[in-house]
Design a protein around this ligand. Structure first.
Ligand SMILES: NC(=O)c1ccc[n+]([C@@H]2O[C@H](COP(=O)([O-])OP(=O)(O)OC[C@H]3O[C@@H](n4cnc5c(N)ncnc54)[C@H](O)[C@@H]3O)[C@@H](O)[C@H]2O)c1
Length: 258
C-alpha cells in the first residue's frame, strides 16, 4: 500500500535526535526519501543508518550541516538534488533556546538563539525554494513553538525568535501562494519529551523530574511525545493538506486555550 508521503523528497534539519529524528522516521515509514542534517554530523548519520536498515538502502542520506551557515545550506540543497533527485518537503526543525531574565541575557546568546531558529529558517527557505519550485507540489514546515504565542519569565529570546519564525512562515506562504506550488506552514508544540527539556531542569534534577514538572502545568497533565508532533509534520508534508498555507498548527495539550 502506498504511504501518505510516497515519493516525497524531504530535507529535515536538526535530525540527529529528538523531534527531527522522529519526523524523519515517520516520513520514511510513509514512503518519503529523506536527507537528514544536523550540526552533529555523526548523529545525523546514525539517524540515516537506522532508516536505511529499516526501509532499505537509499531511503536516507545525511549531512553535517550548521543551519546558520549560508554556504552549508547551498551545499545541502545541492546534495538534495544529487542524492534525493529533487526536493518536495523542507522541515526547518533545528532550534535551541537560552534561559535568563532580560537584564541577564548576553547579546551573544540572544543572537545565537535568533541565528539558529530564525536565520536558519530564513536561509533554508531562501536556498531550498528554487528546488522546491521544481516539484509538482511542495511543502515547507517550520518548527516554531507554542512559546511564540504564550510566554513565561526567563525565555524571552526563545519566545521572540519563535514568534519571528511564525510570522516569517506566513510571509513565505503568501509570496509562494499565487505563482508556485509551494506551501508553507508552522507547527507550535508545547513542551515535548526530548533532550531540549534538560536545559530547563534545575541543577541536579533528572529528566523524569523535569518532564513531570512541565507536564503538571498542562491541561492534559503531561508533556507531548515526539510521535504526536510528527503526525502534524506528516499531514503538512502530504498532499492531504493541499489547501493549507500560511497556517499554524498548535499541538499543546490545550495549554494556549486556558
Ligand atoms: N521539545 C520541545 O519541548 C519543543 C517544543 C516546541 C518546539 N520545539 C522545537 O522543536 C525543534 C526540535 O527540538 P527538540 O526538542 O528535538 O530538541 P533537541 O535539542 O533534542 O534537538 C535539536 C537538534 O538541533 C540541532 N542543532 C542545534 N543547533 C543547530 C545548528 N546550528 N545547525 C543544525 N542543527 C542544530 C541539535 O544538534 C539537535 O540535534 C526545535 O526547533 C525546538 O525549538 C521543541
Amino acid at each position: 500500500m502506498a504511504g501518505r508521503v510516497q515519493g516525497k523528497l524531504a530535507l529535515i534539519t536538526g535530525a540527529a535526535q529528538g523531534l527531527g529524528a522522529e519526523f524523519a522516521r515517520l516520513l520514511a515509514s510513509e514512503g518519503a526519501k529523506v536527507l537528514v542534517t544536523d550540526i552533529n554530523g555523526e548523529g545525523a548519520a546514525r539517524t540515516a543508518a537506522e532508516l536505511n536498515a529499516k526501509h532499505g538502502a537509499g531511503t536516507a542520506f545525511s549531512a553535517q550541516h550548521d543551519v546558520t551557515d549560508e554556504a552549508a545550506w547551498i551545499a545541502v540543497v545541492e546534495q538534495a538534488r544529487r542524492d534525493l533527485g529533487g526536493l518536495s518537503v523542507l522541515v526547518n526543525n533545528a532550534g535551541m533556546g537560552t534561559r535568563g531574565m532580560v537584564e541577564e541575557i548576553d547579546l551573544a546568546d540572544w543572537r545565537k538563539v535568533f541565528a539558529v531558529n530564525m536565520d536558519g529558517t530564513f536561509l533554508g527557505c531562501k536556498h531550498a525554494l528554487p528546488l522546491l519550485k521544481e516539484a509538482p507540489a511542495a511543502s515547507i514546515i517550520n518548527i516554531s513553538s507554542i512559546a511564540a504565542m504564550i510566554v513565561g519569565p526567563g525565555m524571552s529570546a526563545y519566545h521572540a525568535a519563535k514568534a519571528a519564525v511564525w510570522t516569517f512562515t506566513k510571509a513565505v506562504a503568501i509570496e509562494c501562494a499565487r505563482k508556485t506550488k509551494v506551501r508553507c506552514n508552522s507547527i507550535h508544540p508545547a513542551w515535548t519529551d526530548t533532550a531540549i527539556l534538560d536545559g530547563l531542569a534545575r541543577p541536579g534534577a533528572s529528566h523524569e523530574e523535569v518532564v513531570d514538572k512541565l507536564g503538571s502545568v498542562n491541561p492534559m497533565r503531561r508533556v507531548g511525545q515526539p510521535h504526536e508532533i510528527a503526525q502534524a509534520v506528516l499531514f503538512l508534508a502530504s498532499d492531504e493538506s493541499s489547501y493549507m498555507t500560511g497556517a499554524e498548527l498548535k499541538l499543546d495539550g490545550g495549554l494556549s486555550a486556558t
